[in-house]
Write a protein that binds this ligand. Structure first.
Ligand SMILES: Cc1cc2nc3c(=O)[nH]c(=O)nc-3n(C[C@H](O)[C@H](O)[C@H](O)COP(=O)(O)OP(=O)(O)OC[C@H]3O[C@@H](n4cnc5c(N)ncnc54)[C@H](O)[C@@H]3O)c2cc1C
Length: 384
């Protein structure tokens, strides 16, 4: 039987999805030694099951909008460095308005998004919407168009991140579930920098691998709260689900990212549901599938002849206030977390933020609204 591994990296990233891989990549490029550990053999978690929409409009005017704006602007630069085709299409997005009653609240949000945050948005009436997107039927009242929105293939993004991590020297341990985290009682002032005396965390996986490190980045997605609990940290994070449908490949039909719908480069049309919090919605049943199809066909009746080839569901961690979480856990020096329910959009920037935070203490954008502090039931000074 092989002896259990023992490793001493500068940083341990837990979770190899979009968030964990992007963080590992930026950290390794900053010159740190990085190990990524993931319970699965291949990170085919949420990150591989999403829609791939790079969105701004759907955020209303919540505090994450400036972060999302910076994240969207950063995407093209990030992908050029990734050097992997992830089927990124900067096609612009149309947020559909189904009825006249929906117009006023939507326009109020648009004005704020435009004036306060500088998002490039324009209102299109029914005729202009159909001119921009001929697949839209007569029942749609109008739309708002945002040229900055895009879509990509989330599975290819995952593969691209994994390859880039390997090239950057990241060590990935797949199929290793973290089962315990202990911390030496008195953390030293400098968490990064990995001289032996600064080691503060001892991590064990289910197979007995031991990792000692001064810095943990917890990007365990739906498992994030559980991993934090191993380190004595209680976080208030709900679990939601989103259902997805895919049709057979069709000729080019949809030009833009639409509300919860897009056409992939290979021609499949993907449709997603809203976020669902009832545990009975963990899997897409007929009720959900029917409702998604009814809504989509009401908006785009021309899709009626297509064949539904797949229905699936993915878990989405949802912090109590719906906002992303990025930062160091107060009172637990060296323990960082990053998650969001729309993480494909945010993860490349989040990785950059974490790397700068860990290496220099600074961040390229303000992350004060996203501090883990707000999710802690009772903020602890010494968590262990
Ligand atoms: C159906 C669906 C549609 C979506 N659509 C969009 C979209 O259009 N646009 C958008 O921006 N976002 C979208 N998202 C959200 C996006 O996919 C996620 O926010 C993002 O992929 C989360 O990445 P992650 O790295 O946090 O999590 P994950 O990809 O889930 O990765 C977490 C990893 O942690 C590992 N892990 C957990 N516990 C442990 C442990 N104890 N030890 C070791 N490893 C562990 C898991 O095995 C997993 O691989 C969608 C999500 C879903 C489900």
């Amino acid at each position: 039987m092989p002896l259990p591994l023992s490793m001493v990296p500068d940083v341990l990233v837990i979770g190899a999805g979009h968030f964990g891989s992007a963080a590992a990549l930026h950290l390794a490029r900053s010159g740190l030694s990085v190990v990524v550990v993931d319970a699965r053999l291949s990170a085919a978690g949420d990150s591989a099951s999403g829609l791939g929409a790079i969105t701004l409009q759907s955020r209303g005017y919540d505090p994450s909008l400036p972060l999302a704006l910076t994240a969207v602007a950063y995407y093209a630069e990030f992908l050029s460095e990734l050097d992997f085709d992830v089927e990124y299409r900067e096609c612009g997005g149309l947020a559909l308005i189904d009825s006249e009653a929906d117009l006023e609240p939507r326009l109020a949000a648009v004005n704020l998004q435009r004036e306060r945050y500088g998002i490039r948005l324009e209102f299109l009436d029914a005729a202009a919407t159909r001119e921009a997107e001929p697949s839209i039927g007569p029942e749609v009242f109008g739309s708002t168009f945002c040229a900055q929105e895009a879509h990509l293939n989330p599975l290819l993004l995952q593969r691209g991140l994994e390859r880039a991590c390997a090239r950057a020297g990241v060590t990935t341990l797949a199929g290793e579930r973290v089962v315990s985290i202990t911390r030496t009682p008195a953390p030293l002032p400098d968490s990064a920098g990995a001289s032996p005396e600064t080691i503060t965390f001892e991590i064990t996986t289910h197979s007995g691998t031991r990792i000692s490190t001064p810095v943990i980045v917890n990007c365990a997605g739906p498992g994030l709260a559980e991993v934090a609990r191993l380190a004595g940290i209680d976080l208030d994070i709900r679990q939601g689900h989103t259902h997805m449908l895919a049709t057979n490949a069709a000729p080019p039909t949809i030009r833009h990212l639409l509300s919860g719908c897009l056409q992939t480069v290979s021609g499949n049309i993907l449709i997603n549901s809203r976020l669902l919090f009832d545990p009975r919605d963990a899997e897409p049943g007929w009720r959900s599938i029917r409702s998604m199809l009814r809504k989509t066909l009401h908006r785009m009746p021309g899709l009626a002849g297509l064949e539904l080839i797949r229905a699936w569901s993915g878990r989405r961690p949802y912090p109590a206030d719906g906002q992303p979480v990025i930062g160091e856990v107060p009172g637990v020096r060296g323990f960082y977390i990053a998650t969001a329910h729309a993480g494909t959009t945010l993860s490349p920037l989040s990785g950059k933020i974490l790397a700068e935070l860990i290496t220099s203490g600074n961040t390229p954008v303000s992350i004060a609204p996203f501090s883990p502090q707000r999710l802690m039931a009772t903020p602890k000074e010494t968590a262990m």
